[in-house]
Design a protein around this ligand. Structure first.
Ligand SMILES: C[S@@+](CC[C@H](N)C(=O)[O-])C[C@H]1O[C@@H](n2cnc3c(N)ncnc32)[C@H](O)[C@@H]1O
Length: 426
């Protein structure tokens, strides 16, 4: 039995939704109960006011402390006190699981510009947000939270099994579901589901859950324990892989030196190896070493030949695959043209820098990669020359921008950036 104590100036918000479907049945059967507390009933002035003007000025009103604190004090056992607030801990399935073990929960619904900030400390409340958007009040958020937590109560649903198979229970989205007819005006149910082969069906469902999660919320994959079979399935599903559309470029000219003068920098063997290995591990389309210096191009060719065909290949056959991704180009335009020839459209050029401000996030690039190739440029020396950055379609914000020290090697920066863009899903 779970008791919800709902503090809201609109108690009439709740009975309708809480009487529908399984939630209504759970209330009828006493699996969950809810109690409505209106702060207006605890206001002491003749207008029963619950709000006041904000200190420091500004628009809107703020919910006053006293009626809210009296509301909490009227609850014999409030349990954990949760204030609905857009700035709170993001509510998710793991928090729903955590809260489902409680006996009492008090949900405080804000209105206007929010609640006097001292409330939280005085009653030792936590803040919880139901998403990155702003609602008029906490009531609809409280309903979402109540529903997600209530359906995890034993015997809320007919079968105790069901919540275990749903989205997020394993860290992934649920697989798609189908029902009769198998053929609706030519829209067919996947054949495997009609096969009766339960092992095949469960393998297909796991695969679909992985694909939907990887396409929509790749960040979830990094928080999920994937089996070796899952990882190999994702790797093979290369049609949907954003990584194949991502190309890296390591520019040796024009870059800046320590005095911010334009210069050309020599190749570094370690950069070539490490960035090639990152490119291979994340399934990228290719990695361009860009230098106009002919002796440096020759050096790069010798190195690559050694690892692809020479003694290096015999000593370390794994390195061949990584080195196969490396290409040499004289300038930026040459690499852009080669990517365009391969992909059938010009790539979006994205510059990186340890200074300045970005124009796009890694998450933006993830979305772009599903449609268009992206050429992500890294500079050697003291970074890309300003004209390269200005000529790019987008610039990524510096890694560790707020930190007093953010001098990463270019190969470390490439690894971190690629992982931020693709994670486990790319
Ligand atoms: C209009 S909002 C206040 C917004 C606040 N001034 C801000 O910009 O963050 C009024 C109330 O709605 C509730 N609310 C709005 N959006 C929410 C969200 N995403 N999650 C949880 N509660 C929310 C909170 O209780 C909040 O105090």
């Amino acid at each position: 039995m779970l008791n919800f104590h709902l503090i809201s100036i609109f108690p009439e918000f709740f009975p309708g939704p809480l009487s529908c479907g399984l939630m209504g049945k759970a209330v009828e059967r006493g699996i969950v109960s809810y109690f409505l507390i209106n702060p207006r009933d605890f206001a002491l002035d003749k207008h029963r006011s619950v709000d006041d003007r904000p200190y420091g000025g500004g628009p809107g009103m703020v919910m006053s402390l006293d009626p809210l604190i009296r509301s909490v004090e009227s609850i014999p056992d409030p349990g954990r006190i949760l204030v609905l607030s857009p700035g709170g801990r993001l509510f998710d399935q793991s928090m729903a699981r955590e809260l489902s073990a409680e006996k009492n929960l008090t949900l405080v619904c804000g209105r206007y510009e929010g609640i006097d900030a001292r409330f939280q400390q005085i009653v030792s409340a936590e803040t919880v947000s139901i998403g990155d958007y702003v609602l008029n009040g906490g009531e609809s958020g409280a309903l979402c939270l109540m529903e997600a937590v209530s359906r995890l109560q034993t015997s809320f649903m007919g079968s105790a099994e069901s919540p275990l198979e749903e989205s997020f229970s394993s860290g992934l989205f649920d697989h798609p579901h189908y029902t009769r007819p198998a053929d609706y005006q030519g829209a067919m149910v996947p054949e495997v589901l009609l096969s009766g082969n339960h092992q095949e069906i469960s393998r297909w469902r796991r695969g679909q859950a992985l694909l939907t999660t990887s396409a929509g919320r790749p960040d979830l994959l990094s928080k999920t324990l994937l089996t070796p079979e899952d990882a190999s399935f994702l790797r093979q599903a290369s049609r949907t892989k954003a990584g194949r559309n991502l190309y890296l470029g390591l520019m040796h000219y024009p870059v800046l030196d320590k005095r911010n003068q334009r210069t050309a920098v020599s190749l570094t063997n370690m950069d070539i190896h490490d960035i090639a290995r990152v490119s291979c591990s994340y399934g990228l389309g290719g990695f361009f070493i860009i230098t106009p210096l002919l002796d440096q191009q020759e050096l790069a060719r010798t190195l690559i030949r050694h690892w692809r065909q020479g003694a290096g290949q015999k000593a370390n056959p794994d390195r061949v695959r990584a080195m196969e991704l490396v290409e040499i180009a004289s300038d930026l335009q040459e690499s852009l043209t080669r990517i365009e020839d391969r992909c059938g459209k010009p790539p979006r050029l994205v510059a990186t820098s340890a200074r300045g401000q970005g124009s796009a996030t890694c998450r933006d690039l993830w979305s772009i990669l599903h449609e268009d190739p992206v050429f992500l440029l890294f500079g050697t020396g003291n970074g890309l020359a300003p004209e390269v950055i200005q000529g790019a379609d987008e610039v990524l914000p510096p890694l560790r921008a707020g930190s007093p020290y953010n001098h990463l090697s270019v190969r470390a920066a490439a690894a971190v950036t690629v992982d931020r863009i693709l994670g486990e899903g790319g």
